[in-house]
Design a binder for this molecule. Sequence first.
Ligand code: SF4
Length: 380
Amino acid sequence: MIARNPTRAVHIGSTVLGDGHPIVVQSMCATKTTNVAATVAQVEQLAAAGAGVVRIAVDTPNDCRALAEIRRRTTANLSVDLQENYRLAAQVAPWVDKIRYNPGHLHHHEPERPWSEKVRFLVDVAGQHDCAIRVGVNCGSVDPSQQEKQKYADPTAAMLASALEHCELLDRLGFTRYCVSLKDSDPARVVDVNRRFAAQRPDVPLHLGVTEAGMPPEGIWKTRLALEPLLAAGIGDTLRVSLTVPFDRKREEVEAGQQILDDVAAGRRTTHDAPAERRLNIISCPSCSRVENEAFVELAQQVREATRYAADQPITIAVMGCRVNGPGETDHADLGLWCGVHTVHLKRGSLSLGDFSYQAVLERLTAELDRLIAERSGGR
Ligand code: SF4
């Protein structure tokens, strides 16, 4: 057993977060949501591995229709992942147990409408359909107004302010059936921002995770660096280990999460160092139904192999599976790739270097990597 903060209970279908209940391990489907058979098979695979909640992404009315059919074929606790089109919540809420929204994304769709009205809409929908809510703050898509307000503060200040602001509004609306996540790809920032949030809102259940942790085993090491100190300090009621693995191996996320919980309970801690401080750091997204080409997973592995020669360089390379979140979430990396259906977009920081075939992009990537290393060592 792990000693825990006294958070309130949040019911999600047949499971409960917080209030001393066992920490729930979650995961997410990577299959196309419209491929009902494949998605149901993945939901069942994850639930059988021990996932207490399984998340599914929806972006279109077709996804919503598919979700209704998925619900009919599984009894697993389902969470829906909304992007910009928050209004889809009304179509999917009857079929799920939790709605996850990202405060940063509420600013894109219907920009003239205040975000607080959009949250009110989500609260009404959740209330009508017996759903919990997750306020999911992510480092790659922080609320732009908070980023502006906090631009002179520390790196996680905007994430923290955004989460607290949404909690305040949900409380004012009388909706308490919510949890919060604050995810970053840097484990140290995950520890920092979650500690600060828990100090201010010890009553709110926290969903822990490192976003874009990447491929195992490095992705598991990074996640351990963040989750172990938090869990040992009583922070966290649910967690996800986000791993870039082939779709049929997604159960490894659940197994890794359970192993972390067992190790923390037994007082065992990872011996691995923090990434990026002294070596090449590859971050990659865990895949979801928005992946445009499954070759993305293989590409991430090829990037790791092709760049091993630069292992001792403090450089970050980001590999993302889609154009929805890929462009924003590669901005902070030294080199970034986001994958389309037929091509891969390559970036250096926020500068676009163009589109390349899946075969050709590796050569250009290593050329850019060599150039970056030469520049940093002063040998232009
Ligand atoms: S980057 Fe795109 S494909 Fe990858 S997890 Fe995020 S939304 Fe899904």
